[in-house]
Ligand binder design. Structure first.
Ligand SMILES: Cc1cc2nc3c(=O)[nH]c(=O)nc-3n(C[C@H](O)[C@H](O)[C@H](O)COP(=O)(O)O)c2cc1C
Length: 114
């Protein structure tokens, strides 16, 4: 889950990714499946940050899910005061993304055992 800072991923997220990727040749990210989602106050819903994250995943040799893309715009209107997501369409998108991640993780796991 990423917010968007100045059209990219926040520096703290990049820093965490960078630390876990070293020492070179012993990256914690190597070959891992991933799902990306994000929320922001604007209308574009972290799209630019998410595509930067996908670019980073190329070098880390990670395998992110492509679809559905979960880009939650106008986030202030999608959550209640307790921080719970209220929009049913968005909830369904997240459910689908997580289902795809579970299926994809099993498939990758199987191919690594063969
Ligand atoms: C330095 C900085 C840059 C930001 N840049 C963007 C941006 O490019 N696109 C966007 O949709 N929101 C941007 N935001 C808004 C954040 O994504 C977020 O919605 C906002 O900071 C509210 O969350 P917070 O209370 O955790 O800071 C930016 C926020 C900060 C602090």
């Amino acid at each position: 889950m990423t917010p968007e800072y100045n059209y990219s991923v926040p520096g703290v997220l990049k820093n965490a990714i960078d630390w876990a990727s070293r020492p070179y040749g012993d990256s914690a990210w190597q070959g891992k499946p991933a799902a990306i989602m994000g929320a922001s106050m604007g209308t574009i819903g972290t799209a630019r940050a998410q595509y930067h994250l996908r670019q980073i995943f190329v070098f880390l040799n990670m395998f992110p899910i492509n679809q559905p893309e979960v880009m939650i715009g106008n986030a202030a209107e999608q959550f209640d005061e307790q921080g719970n997501l209220t929009d049913e369409k968005t909830k369904e998108l997240i459910r689908q993304l997580l289902q795809n991640l579970a299926d994809w993780t099993r498939r990758i796991g199987q191919s690594q055992r063969q």
